[in-house]
Write a protein that binds this ligand. Sequence first.
Ligand SMILES: [Fe+2]
Length: 373
Amino acid sequence: MFSYAQWVPWVSSFLGAVTGFCLYVYIKNRFIFGLPESPAKIVISLLTLLLLSGGLAIAGYLDGLAAWLIMIFGICIIGEALRIVRVRNLKIEDEESENRAGERAKWITTTELQVLRYRLPVAADWSRPLRIVHTSDWHFSPKLPHSYWQRVVETLAQAEADLLFLTGDFVTHARDARFISEYLSRELARLGTFAVLGNHDYWEQPDEIRSHLTSAGVTLLTNTSVLLDPLPGTPLLICGCDDPWGSESWQPPRAPYQCIKLCLSHTPDNIYRLSGWGADAVFSGHFHAGHVRFPFLGALLIPSAYGRRFVHGHFRVNQTHLYVSAGIGSVVPSQRILCPPDIMIIDLVPAHLTDDNIRVGEGIGREPVGDHR
Ligand SMILES: [Fe+2]
């Protein structure tokens, strides 16, 4: 049997490995993910993991370093606690979801498409709500079956959108760009489909992807904006922000005195700048909701300067609402674990219609959804 004195180095070594892993997650999310895809990125990532986790495990085993490791581990725990508090302040748990049964029953959720519904009161004098359908990160690829892509498009068609927003990463490899025209050429929104590109699109062949989107009838908003008058009354300004990718950086567009300002941004990391501009709502993807989630821990690896702050769902930053989609497709690993793809349906409800007698979709021939404010 080990004596107490013999246990100490091993416990300390384990603590070192865990601490090293926490530091690795921090560095990977904030810095390594931002590097362009290349073999060097994989090497850097593995070396960082090995040096931090392995190095601190060895350090923990050595005499006299346990106290230092406990201190570093304590800082990690305090950091995590602060993160949880901050996310609680920003996150709004208001979605009404369909198909959650699949998420609960299965670990592998690659094609377990979820539909998440939201209802957002807006200061507009429209006579009815305006329906936005938002999807992201299609990552078109023949690895997922044709029946799945068809089901996604059919679900979009049934959502009866006024506006369809697609927030980037249409492909992982340029050779699959043909799928864009194949699946997205159908008219899926009454007032049009708008899109921005994602990092994978920029890392592949953005011009080819742009040309497939344009031929599918999608309006690209690369650091530009459009002013629409979708319903009599308040106009709608929709802009796209491609930062930090692309050759030019986003500049705040001029907006009429009174309008609803919406913005598409592949990464949620632009939220503070867009909120400062006065966006009413921002639509993003990029994180795949983590792609792989762990029981109790949730998603760990998120390519964001804010770590796991905006991983998925509905947030409010100052006066701006942020909707972060889990996306549709799959990358590496090719399976989503405990992390289903989703489509977000957001009804912008004029504030003067938000009494209990009004149901979203009423009066425009749509299936009403329940109130869940
Ligand atoms: Fe993506």
